[in-house]
Design a protein around this ligand. Structure first.
Ligand code: GLU
Length: 389
């Protein structure tokens, strides 16, 4: 950045990354995030998680991730637009409809994806470039059902897990008490979808604070309050509490949908939920995994729980290639089918691993089973393809 004569900064450089982790199963796929603390290491590890997630949910993509180190909250729309266009221009042919396909992620939106598409399309005129990016606005070739897909997928995974395994004798979501940490795109969509199934949202939080109401919080009223006042804290009829207290609330299902490392060795023993569903990436540390497992708390891991987003991204890509537009019901039905199938496979694998390694606590975790299935698929495809040249 350079200081201008009037003391204001003008001109700025921003670092951006795109990592393609693996493309054995298909072109790279994964979000673009804007975040001030983004590092290459983090992007690399998120790209690897995309490889396993795409393999697990069985969409023909490899894993990728990218982003720009910037604070979208302090930048103007014009600045964000210029950052996006410059980043996509610099990426050049490192992205493409059959090479690597970006999507929205933290602090990027459908509008950002419209700019990604427009920039790429301008640089590659005369062909159908819509499949170069997913999560676009509907009139730019976006898919119905994509906006809420990650949150809806979280609820499908939870619902199917409970149907098959039960939760303290319950086999339906109706009446169960849910706490959701994070009220962004994923947390809000999940809250709506839980509420539609008559689960009771007893705790919610955003980056400013958390709220609790044993009688249940209406997600739409919470959103309206947050829009008006800037945060959830202070919402009428709810009690304010700290983030730590939110994670320790008495509930049936805890959904961390904010950022990584929220449940760790220091607070895992306080979690009172019977089921933790990882809507965010890596919200539960490996030390906490072991503590939850020992306490008999089940955990649906991130690469399964939040796979709904990339699943509907795949549907968008297919629609774009075929110049088709599916109905919302069709997208939702296909999403539910894919999520349910993945849950079944993971539970079966977990069962087998438990039986063959009864003394290994790692073998009893859904996370291990999900990773084993995903790594196996990528490994098989690699061996089938061979390494050449
Ligand atoms: N950013 C989302 C994720 O990490 C979506 C990725 C995609 O649709 O490609 O799963």
């Amino acid at each position: 950045m350079l200081p201008g004569r009037d003391g204001r900064w003008f001109g700025a450089s921003f670092f951006g990354f795109r990592v393609l982790h693996n493309n054995v199963l298909g072109p790279g796929k994964g979000g673009l995030r804007f975040h001030p603390d983004l590092t290459l290491e983090e992007v690399t590890s998120l790209a690897a998680l995309m490889t396993w997630k795409c393999a697990l949910i069985d969409v023909p993509f490899g894993g990728a991730k990218g982003g720009v180190v910037c604070d979208s909250k302090t930048l103007s729309d014009g600045e964000l637009r210029r950052i996006t266009r410059r980043f996509i221009t610099e990426l050049g042919d490192n992205i493409g409809p059959h090479t690597d396909i970006p999507a929205p992620d933290m602090y990027t939106s459908a509008e950002t994806m419209a700019l990604v598409y427009d920039t790429y399309d301008t640089m590659h005129p005369g062909r159908n470039n819509r499949p170069v990016v997913t999560g676009k606005p509907l009139d730019q070739g976006g898919s119905l059902g994509r906006r809420d897909a990650s949150g809806n997928g979280v609820v499908h995974a939870t619902e199917h897990f409970i149907k098959l395994r039960g939760l303290d004798g319950n086999h339906h979501l109706g009446g169960l008490r849910v706490v959701i940490q994070g009220f962004g795109k994923v947390g809000f969509a999940a809250a709506k979808s839980f509420a539609r199934r008559e689960a009771r949202i007893v705790g919610l939080s955003d980056s400013q604070g958390a709220i609790h109401n044993e009688a249940g919080i209406d997600p739409l009223a919470a959103l309206a309050y947050k829009r008006e006042s800037g945060s959830l804290a202070g919402m009428p009829a709810a009690t304010n509490l700290s983030n730590e207290d939110l994670l320790a609330l008495d509930c049936d299902i805890l959904v961390p949908a904010a950022v990584a490392n929220q449940i760790h060795a220091g607070n895992a023993a306080d979690v009172r939920a019977r089921l933790v569903v990882e809507a965010a990436y890596d919200p539960v540390t490996r030390e906490a995994d072991a503590i939850l497992q020992e306490r008999g708390v089940s955990l649906v891991p991130d690469i399964l729980a939040n796979a709904g987003g990339v699943c509907v991204s795949y549907f968008e890509w297919v629609q774009n290639i075929q110049n088709q537009s599916w109905t919302e019901q069709e997208v939702e039905r296909k999403l539910r089918h894919k999520m349910n199938h993945a849950v079944e496979l993971v539970l079966k694998r977990q069962h087998r691993m438990r039986e063959s390694h009864p003394d290994d606590p790692l073998a009893g975790m859904m996370r291990t089973a999900a990773l084993a299935l995903a790594v196996e698929r990528v490994a098989c495809a690699t061996l089938e393809r061979g390494i050449w040249p």
